[in-house]
Each structure stands twice: as structure tokens, then as C-alpha cells.
Design a protein around this ligand. Structure first.
Ligand SMILES: *[C@@H]1O[C@H](CO)[C@@H](O)[C@H](O)[C@H]1NC(C)=O
Ligand SMILES: *[C@@H]1O[C@H](CO)[C@@H](O)[C@H](O)[C@H]1NC(C)=O
Ligand SMILES: *[C@@H]1O[C@H](CO)[C@@H](O)[C@H](O)[C@H]1NC(C)=O
Ligand SMILES: *[C@@H]1O[C@H](CO)[C@@H](O)[C@H](O)[C@H]1NC(C)=O
Ligand SMILES: *[C@@H]1O[C@H](CO)[C@@H](O)[C@H](O)[C@H]1NC(C)=O
Ligand SMILES: *[C@@H]1O[C@H](CO)[C@@H](O)[C@H](O)[C@H]1NC(C)=O
Ligand SMILES: *[C@@H]1O[C@H](CO)[C@@H](O)[C@H](O)[C@H]1NC(C)=O
Ligand SMILES: *[C@@H]1O[C@H](CO)[C@@H](O)[C@H](O)[C@H]1NC(C)=O
Ligand SMILES: *[C@@H]1O[C@H](CO)[C@@H](O)[C@H](O)[C@H]1NC(C)=O
Ligand SMILES: CC(=O)N[C@H]1CO[C@H](CO)[C@@H](O)[C@@H]1O
Length: 881
């Protein structure tokens, strides 16, 4: 698998056009950083004449150290005298700005340990260029200078150079250089592949200094390679020219020296042999080998220098090759070795006609590095960085937020498209000590689906920017100090069921837009404007009257108690008798007792749940439920109106749900209408939201433990609310996610099998039960379906659906009572979510937040089709994911 190119000289262009020769180059665009140098200092490096400055402006982590005096010598370049090291964090990154997007750059990092930490220990760490792996650096000798170089195309207008701690010691760095490159140089480098330098050697120099800028205008570092036994040096003082289209522009100073085998005679030309070894960390080597040549001797008539180049005995040059006198030329190509090959033997062997031995002026070997990861969308990156700096977030948030995936920032989730940049989809900054106002930068995270800012100290009003986030499905602002009203855009999305909005436990926040008056919505500038108008009024009209107006205006603050602080009315047995008209109409019955319908004095209908008072355990269960109900408030949870707890009665007075339970509707109880698909999916979404609130919106979080259609109640608008918290468990956030229990509780058919076996309870157990309910909503079947044959076993609805769907036919499982009036894609999506929820292992089940997002998609699919279903054939039949 070799790709071969012979650099041809275009003689005409050589003689007619010398402008391609880059004798002079300025150092415009060079960035030369001495890592570990104290802030604001810089110096001129005598060997390169370049100015090196402190790395302070490029990074805000790490600590500076001087190397140990034992390793300081008079010839040591000043970049190596100090280092910056990174004790903290997985990824520490330098950010160099003002690159040209799509421009080609050479980036070089150097490392000399010099026992800076006094530990005298080797270290191995990874380097990343942008979001892509670059190289693994292995440093064992304190005196050794390691140079890593990569040539790449900048995907965005900045580059991050990251040192990644892989657990094998503290990463450190001595210097960092960035050099812009002409596009025509190193044509193998493009946006999908970079070149990582393995070797760059200048053959045959008489002194041992590295050639770099200004001798090489591109400031590559050419290491000397001479004094090899069996090799003789050849040099010239004449300038070596580059052709106009030279893809390497090897500098004259490098090409002016070469090596050739010793003792070669016209009768006995011998071969030049050398080899390189694979980098032990390079798992899949793929090389670009470049051999630089120029004929330095003046050949007489009859003299000929011609040779073949082979690598591991395979022909590398396409044909026998002769170098051009005093012009730069190169033989280069890809070399993809056989698996396991670690040594690459290069042989330059004179052909039979040649009277002179082969020569070699310089060699470069690169690994070809595929560019596999793309940096996160740049608008997302600036937004999240603005958020990070606004709230001084102290997390391991360095480098690209999403890429590479393994190092994505903690607290956020990203979507990774096959092509295109990753986007930030979920951000959780719950309990992160955020203070101040909510920054508008959140509004620039346009792909955001969930945002959790709960339990911080955020103050001020809720900005309108959230309603501009098209995909936002969950916004949790619980437990802050927010004030003012909720922007109408947000309220609308929430009311339309597109957004789960949590704003509980914010003392000064109006829970509902209508309760807040204009004053609060006003921006500071309009307040000032109004204040000025009033001042004018003060001047113009009677002082007393105007004072009255101002005080009235500014005095109307929005004081809305959050329901948490409300006291619940306590009823007596006599009150309950009155409310229920002496327990006249029973609307439900269970192991706990009986539920009666009632009516408060103001006419509100209520459900009165009378508890048998039997055992201490039952009383305790009652108290658990009552206590939970006083703490949880969500439109999809049945709310508490009051209670009775005295020697005569134990009862809860609850919101009345006129349409009964989901179970009544699924069972087709007389008087219950058959639900349409649209109604069903809405009920599923409502229930999911209620459950999600229990899991994530409550502190302590709550596991319901008995999710089933009987406990999902419907009001007159068929809005679903979860009820019956008698066996629910609240866990303080310090507890482990899994909580050991003695006996599994719940209802047969809905109990999470994993919980049943392992007796370890988590939110995922509710997700399982919810999945069963969702399957019932789709199929209209009971949770346990009796076998049809005489011998057949009863099966769970999830097995029943799985079996049928494996034959690819969704229509065979959907509740026939819907008479085919549903969008097939919407049902497929819902069935897929339900099956994921009923996976045997909890870790494979989605969270309720995921379920909400997926169910919203189902609603959108149904809505899109519902608009023009009349007569239009259904699309996507038998679509299977
Ligand atoms: C660098 O210089 C700037 C202004 O000249 C100064 O504000 C800053 O504090 C200095 N930083 C350090 C680390 O000395
Ligand atoms: C590293 O982390 C520790 C503990 O969090 C902190 O005390 C120290 O200052 C950090 N060091 C640097 C260089 O940031
Ligand atoms: C390094 O050495 C210089 C003097 O040579 C001194 O000024 C500087 O403070 C030292 N830096 C550190 C981090 O020890
Ligand atoms: C790192 O380099 C040292 C010295 O060259 C070598 O002995 C060691 O095996 C290398 N480590 C790895 C993991 O390759
Ligand atoms: C980059 O170059 C390689 C071969 O040299 C080629 O296969 C690939 O398509 C190029 N990619 C782009 C984006 O041009
Ligand atoms: C050519 O030279 C090499 C090394 O200098 C020697 O080993 C070899 O025998 C010579 N061959 C002939 C044919 O003289
Ligand atoms: C390279 O040369 C060495 C001896 O110089 C030999 O042992 C090795 O097998 C050669 N490798 C290949 C792949 O030809
Ligand atoms: C050099 O390559 C040519 C063409 O591939 C071949 O004919 C010739 O034998 C080779 N010469 C040597 C010395 O290997
Ligand atoms: C050797 O040179 C002769 C005359 O210059 C030419 O005809 C012949 O093809 C050459 N042979 C090789 C192997 O290059
Ligand atoms: C809480 C409060 O003051 N509400 C008032 C807000 O303004 C409307 C009229 O615009 C009144 O009807 C509310 O009573």
C-alpha cells in the first residue's frame, strides 16, 4: 500500500524564475512560548533570533518550576531552564488564538525534565492537538530533550494544545512554537490528516548545532546526523536552490551537506543503509518518508550517480534516481508497513551503470495522523466559556467541551453528528454555588435540550433567552433566589407541553405570569425612564399628589408565596363528614381504605382518601405520604389540599380527578371514553414529567415504587397526574443511588425484575414500571397477558410486544380500539422508548428526562401528521429502527 511521488524539476521554471526561492522570510505569525517563564517576561533567543515570551497569557492552570541546577549547562537553550507542570486536572490546555481557519501550521512542543520537581522520576503523558490525539510523550532521561512536532490544518481560528494526564506522572512542558506554513508545503496535510514528525535529520554537517530559523525560514528543527562510521561527508558552499513548486523547501544550509559511503570507488560503489524504528505508542503505523537530495559534486563526463531506494527490500523510488546538481529535490511517499513490522531498513543502492555511490542530504519521516475528531461548535464553545468565567466554575473544564468524547466536560452531554461539530445538548450546574444573575450566554447554547441550574444562589429575574432555545425540553431553576415573573415565552412552551419548567423554592418568583404585575417585568432602563417621567411630574404637578403616585407605583411588589411555605389545612372528622356529605359517594377502594368524593365550602371538588387505622406500619405509611405530599408540587402530581390526623380519622384531602384513572380508560370501564393516540401519548408525557420531577426535582429525591395505570389519574381535560405515594421512598441526596430494601414492594407485573432479584432500588425501577404502563397505553393490554393456548404461560406485556415486533409488524400490537388513527412513526417511537424502559438491566434503561424528550418527539410526529391525515396514506409502514 504505497503511494509514490517523484518530485520533478521543471527546468524551464528554474532558469526563468527565481522568485520561488525563499531566501528571505519574515517571522510574521510566529508564536514562540517559553513555558514556565514568569508572567510578562520575554527574551530574544540568541540561536534562533526569535523572541520567546511567557506562557501566562495562553493558559491559566499549572505551576512554574526551574529545572534542577545539576542539569543547567552553558549551551542549554533558555527555553529548557523552566517548565510549567500540571498536577491538577486530566487535560490542561494552552489556547493560541488568531489562527486562520483552514490555514496550515507547524506546531512544536519541547520537553526537558531536568528533575524540576526533585523527584527524579520518569513520566508518560499524551499530547492532543486540538481535539485529536497527537503523540504520547515518554520521558525517562532527565537530560534528554524531547521534541514533538505536528503539521496540521486549523479547523477553527484557535488551537488548543492539551497535555493529558494518563495516570503515569505529572505532565509538564518546556516550550511551544507555532509557525504558519504555506498551503503548498507538505501537500499530504489537509483537513482530514496531519503529519506527526518522527525524524528530521540533516546528513553530514560539520558542526553539531540544530539548523532552524533563520536558516530555515519555516523554522523546522533539523538535527545533525554525521560521524557515522562507514559514511563520508560531502559539503559545498554553493547555495542550493528550491524550485518554484517545491513542496518541502528544505533550506540550503541543510542541503549543502550530504553523506556517502566511505571507500567507494568507481569499481566498487556501495550502499547507504540506515533504519528507523516504529514509535512503541503508534499502534497502526502509516508513514510519509521524505528523502532530500541535491548533487553537490561537479560530475565530469562519464561520471554518473544513480541509485534505487528500497525500504525493507521493497522498491521505494519508482525508478533509479539521480540527484540534480545544486537544486533541492526529494523522493517521498507513503509507506504503510505490514502489521507488526517495527524496523524499517532503508537502502540506497547504486544501479549497475552508476560510477558514484549514493548520497543523502536529509531525511524526514512523519506518521500520518487521521483527523478523526471535530471541535465543538464554536458558538457553543464561546457560550460555555462565557458561562464558565461568569460563574468562576471550578471544575476540570479545560480543552474542548465535547471532544474527544472520553474527555468531554463533566456536567454536560453532547450530540455527535457523523459530520459536523458536536453540540452541547444537556448542561447540569445543579448545586454548583452559582451566584449572580442568570447570564444571557445560556441563550447561545442553541442545541440545549435540558438545563439544570437548581440549588444555586442565582438571583434576579429569569431572562427571556430561554424561550429562544428551540429544543429546550427541561429547565430546572428550583432552589434559587430568583424573583420577578416567568417570561411569557417560557410559560407558553410549558403550557403547550413542550417544556418541563421547574421553578419551585424561589422565594420571590411569581409562579404564574398572570399573578405578576408589569412592574417586575420592566427592565432597569425602563424603570429609570419612568422614574425620570415621574420626576418631571413631580416638578409639574402638586407634590403631594405625585409622591402619592410614586409610592403607589414602586410599592406594588410581587409577593407570591411558593406553595412549599403554605400551611395545609387540618380537617377534623366532622369537617370530612360535611365535605363528603357523610361519606355518600365512594369513588375508589384499596387495601388502604376508601376514597370518597367531596366538595369544599367554596365549591371545589375533592377526593377524600380515608385510611383504615390498623397497624403502626400503616399509620407510618400514611404519614410518609402526607409528608411527601406537602413537599412536592408539580402539575403532573396529584396535589394535597388538606389532611386529618386525629384519634377519629386518618385521611388525605386531595385534588379531585374527574376522569378517574388511566386504568379505567384502558380497561374500557363503562362511562370512560376510548382514548385517541394523541390523548394517550399526552397522558404518557404528563406522567413521565410527574415521575421525572419526583426523581430529579425533589430534594430528597423520591422513588414512587408503584407506578401503574391505577395510580395515574386524569382530570376533566385528560391531563394526567401521578397519585398514591403510600409506598414511595425518599432518599437524601447523600445516599447511594441504590438503596437496599428488605422486601420488594409494588405491584406484580410492574416490578423491576432487577430490583426484585437484587433488592436494590433506584429511579430505574420506576422507569421499568413506566415502560410497562407505556406499553399498555400503546396496546391496551394488561401488564400480564394470559396465554391463549391451554398450556401457555402468562407473559408480561413487554415480552408480548417484543415477540410481535421482532416480526416487524407494529399494527399487530397497537390497541385496535384506536382503529388505525395514529401516526405509525409516532407509535414506533413510543414502542421503542417503552421497550428501552423495560430492558432487564437498569443501566440500559433511559432516564425519565430522556423519556420526556423522546415522547415529545412522538407528539410532534403525531401533530405533524395529524394536521393533514385526512385521506393521506400513512407513511413509514414497517419502519424499524
Ligand atoms: C503583566 O503586565 C500587565 C500590564 O503591563 C499587568 O497588568 C499584569 O499584572 C502583569 N502580569 C504579571 C503576571 O506580572
Ligand atoms: C491543585 O488542586 C489543589 C486541591 O484542589 C489545590 O489546592 C491547588 O492549589 C491546585 N493547584 C493548582 C496549581 O491549581
Ligand atoms: C527560577 O529562577 C529564577 C532565577 O534564576 C528566579 O528568579 C525564579 O523565581 C525561579 N522560579 C521559580 C518558579 O522557582
Ligand atoms: C519509555 O522509555 C524508556 C526509555 O527509553 C523505556 O525503557 C520504557 O520502556 C518506555 N516506556 C514505555 C511504556 O514504552
Ligand atoms: C487528504 O489527503 C488524502 C490523501 O493524501 C486524501 O485521501 C483525502 O481525501 C484528503 N482529504 C481532504 C479533506 O482533502
Ligand atoms: C566493496 O567495498 C566493500 C566495503 O568497502 C567491501 O566489503 C567489498 O568487498 C568491496 N567489493 C569489491 C567487489 O571490491
Ligand atoms: C533490517 O535489517 C536488520 C539487520 O540490519 C535485520 O535484522 C532485519 O531483519 C531487517 N528488517 C527487515 C524488515 O528487513
Ligand atoms: C533498480 O531498479 C531497477 C528498476 O526497478 C531494476 O531494474 C534494477 O535492477 C535495480 N537495481 C538495483 C541495483 O537494485
Ligand atoms: C545503462 O546505461 C546504458 C547507456 O547509457 C543504458 O542503455 C542502459 O539502459 C542503462 N542501464 C540501466 C540498468 O540503467
Ligand atoms: C398580584 C396583583 O397585583 N395582581 C394584579 C395585577 O394587575 C391586574 C390588572 O392588570 C390585576 O387584575 C391583578 O389583581
Amino acid at each position: 500500500m504505497r503511494e509514490m511521488v517523484l518530485l520533478c524539476l521543471f527546468l524551464a521554471s528554474i532558469f526563468l524564475n527565481n522568485t520561488g526561492v525563499t531566501g528571505q522570510a519574515d517571522d510574521a505569525g510566529f508564536v514562540s512560548i517559553d513555558c514556565g517563564l514568569p508572567g510578562n517576561s520575554s527574551y530574544k533567543d540568541t540561536s534562533s533570533t526569535l523572541t520567546y515570551s511567557s506562557d501566562d497569557p495562553f493558559i491559566d492552570t499549572g505551576t512554574n518550576h526551574n529545572i534542577s541546577a545539576a542539569y543547567i549547562t552553558s549551551i542549554l537553550s533558555p527555553h529548557y531552564l523552566n517548565v510549567r507542570s500540571f498536577d491538577n486536572g486530566t487535560r490542561n490546555c494552552y489556547t493560541i488564538k488568531s489562527l486562520v481557519t483552514g490555514g496550515k501550521y507547524l506546531l512544536r512542543a519541547t520537553f526537558m525534565y531536568g528533575n524540576y520537581d526533585g523527584l527524579n522520576k520518569g513520566v508518560i503523558f499524551d499530547l492532543h492537538v486540538g481535539v485529536n490525539y497527537w503523540k504520547t510523550v515518554n520521558i525517562s532521561d532527565p537530560e534528554e530533550i524531547t521534541i514533538s512536532e505536528v503539521i496540521f490544518v486549523a479547523p477553527v481560528d484557535y488551537i488548543q494544545v492539551c497535555l493529558v494526564n494518563t495516570g503515569l506522572g505529572t505532565p509538564f512542558i518546556s516550550s511551544l512554537d507555532l509557525r504558519p506554513m504555506k498551503k503548498s508545503l507538505y501537500p499530504h496535510v489537509n483537513s482530514s490528516q496531519s503529519l506527526v514528525l518522527a525524524h528530521r535529520l540533516n546528513a553530514g554537517p560539520t558542526d553539531t548545532t540544530i539548523i532552524r530559523y533563520p536558516d530555515d525560514p519555516h523554522d523546522r528543527m533539523w538535527k545533525p546526523w554525521s560521524n557515522v562510521p562507514y559514511w563520508a561527508e560531502i559539503t559545498t558552499s554553493q547555495h542550493i536552490q528550491n524550485t518554484q513548486n517545491d513542496p518541502f523547501e528544505a533550506p540550503s544550509a541543510v542541503l549543502q551537506t550530504a553523506v556517502t559511503p566511505v571507500n567507494a570507488t568507481p569499481a566498487n560503489t556501495s550502499a547507504l543503509k540506515f533504519f528507523w524504528l516504529a514509535d512503541p505508542f503508534d499502534k497502526d503505523p502509516d508513514y510519509l518518508a521524505t528523502f532530500h537530495f541535491s548533487e553537490l559534486q561537479t560530475l565530469t563526463n562519464g561520471q554518473k550517480r544513480e541509485f534505487n531506494i528500497t525500504i525493507n527490500d521493497a522498491m521505494f523510488s519508482p525508478k533509479p534516481y539521480s540527484p540534480y546538481p545544486l537544486y533541492a529535490d526529494a523522493i517521498y511517499g507513503r509507506y504503510k508497513p505490514f502489521p507488526g513490522m517495527r524496523q524499517y531498513n532503508v537502502t540506497l543502492k547504486a544501479s549497475s551503470n552508476s560510477t558514484l555511490s549514493p548520497i543523502l542530504n536529509a531525511v524526514e519521516v512523519f506518521s500520518v495522523l487521521p483527523v478523526s475528531d471535530i471541535p465543538t461548535d464554536s458558538v457553543d464553545v464561546s457560550a460555555i466559556n462565557a458561562i464558565k468565567s461568569k460563574y468562576q466554575i471550578k471544575r476540570d473544564w479545560y480543552g474542548d467541551p465535547c471532544a474527544p468524547k472520553t474527555y468531554a466536560w463533566d456536567g454536560l452531554n453532547c450530540s455527535y453528528a457523523v459530520s459536523g461539530s458536536p453540540r452541547i445538548t444537556d448542561l447540569s450546574l445543579a448545586s454548583s454555588g452559582l451566584t449572580g444573575e442568570i447570564t444571557n450566554a445560556f441563550g447561545n447554547l442553541k442545541a440545549l435540550q435540558t438545563l439544570n441550574l437548581s440549588h444555586n444562589n442565582l438571583a434576579g429575574s429569569i431572562p427571556d433567552v430561554f424561550s429562544e432555545l428551540p429544543l429546550l425540553a427541561l429547565l430546572d431553576l428550583t432552589g434559587n433566589k430568583l424573583s420577578g415573573s416567568i417570561p411569557s415565552g417560557l410559560l407558553k412552551k410549558s403550557n403547550d407541553g413542550l417544556l418541563t419548567l421547574r421553578v419551585g423554592d424561589n422565594a420571590d418568583l411569581c409562579n404564574d405570569g398572570t399573578e405578576c404585575n408589569q412592574t417586575k417585568k420592566m427592565s432597569n432602563s425602563s424603570k429609570i425612564a419612568i422614574a425620570i417621567i415621574f420626576l418631571i411630574i413631580v416638578v409639574l404637578i402638586i407634590a403631594a399628589a405625585s409622591i402619592f403616585i410614586i409610592s403607589k407605583f414602586t410599592g406594588s411588589t410581587c409577593v407570591v408565596e411558593t406553595s412549599i411555605q403554605l400551611e395545609y389545612p387540618q380537617f377534623t372528622y366532622r369537617d370530612l363528614e360535611q365535605i363528603t356529605d357523610t361519606f355518600k359517594q365512594e369513588i375508589g377502594r384499596g387495601g388502604f381504605g376508601i376514597v370518597y368524593i367531596g366538595r369544599l365550602v367554596d365549591g371545589t371538588q375533592v377526593a377524600v382518601k380515608m385510611q383504615h387505622r390498623r397497624s403502626t406500619q400503616e399509620v407510618n405509611n400514611f404519614i410518609v405520604e402526607a409528608q411527601l405530599l406537602t413537599k412536592i408540587h408539580h402539575r403532573n402530581l396529584v396535589s394535597l389540599i388538606g389532611y386529618c390526623n386525629d384519634e377519629n380519622c386518618l385521611a388525605l384531602v386531595l385534588e379531585y380527578m374527574s376522569e378517574g384513572s388511566l386504568q379505567d380508560h384502558l380497561k374500557g370501564k363503562p362511562g370512560s371514553s376510548c382514548l385517541t393516540w394523541k390523548e394517550r401519548i399526552r397522558i404518557a408525557l404528563d406522567s413521565a414529567k410527574g415521575l421525572e420531577y419526583l426523581h430529579k426535582g425533589c430534594n430528597p429525591r423520591i422513588i414512587h415504587q408503584d407506578i401503574k395505570p391505577h395510580n395515574i389519574l386524569l382530570n376533566e381535560r385528560l391531563e394526567a397526574k401521578i397519585a398514591d405515594f403510600g409506598v414511595s421512598k425518599a432518599f437524601s441526596s447523600n445516599d447511594d443511588t441504590h438503596v437496599s430494601m428488605k422486601d420488594p414492594v409494588g405491584t406484580y407485573g410492574y416490578i423491576d425484575p432487577e430490583y426484585y432479584v437484587k433488592r436494590k432500588l433506584s429511579e430505574k425501577s420506576d422507569v421499568y414500571s413506566f415502560g410497562v404502563v407505556l406499553l399498555q397505553i400503546i396496546t391496551g393490554q394488561p401488564a400480564i397477558i394470559q396465554g391463549t393456548g391451554p398450556e401457555s404461560e402468562p407473559v408480561n406485556v413487554s415480552q408480548w410486544v417484543r415477540q410481535r415486533l421482532s416480526r416487524g409488524n407494529i399494527d399487530s400490537v397497537v390497541d385496535a380500539r384506536m382503529q388505525g388513527d395514529y401516526d405509525i412513526n409516532s407509535v414506533w417511537n413510543a414502542a421503542n422508548v417503552a421497550l428501552e424502559c423495560t430492558e432487564m438491566s437498569g443501566v440500559h434503561r433511559p432516564t425519565m428526562a430522556d423519556v420526556i424528550v423522546r415522547l415529545q418527539e412522538c407528539i410532534e410526529l403525531e401533530a405533524a401528521v395529524g394536521r393533514n391525515r385526512n385521506g393521506v396514506s400513512r407513511n413509514g409502514v414497517n419502519k424499524k429502527e
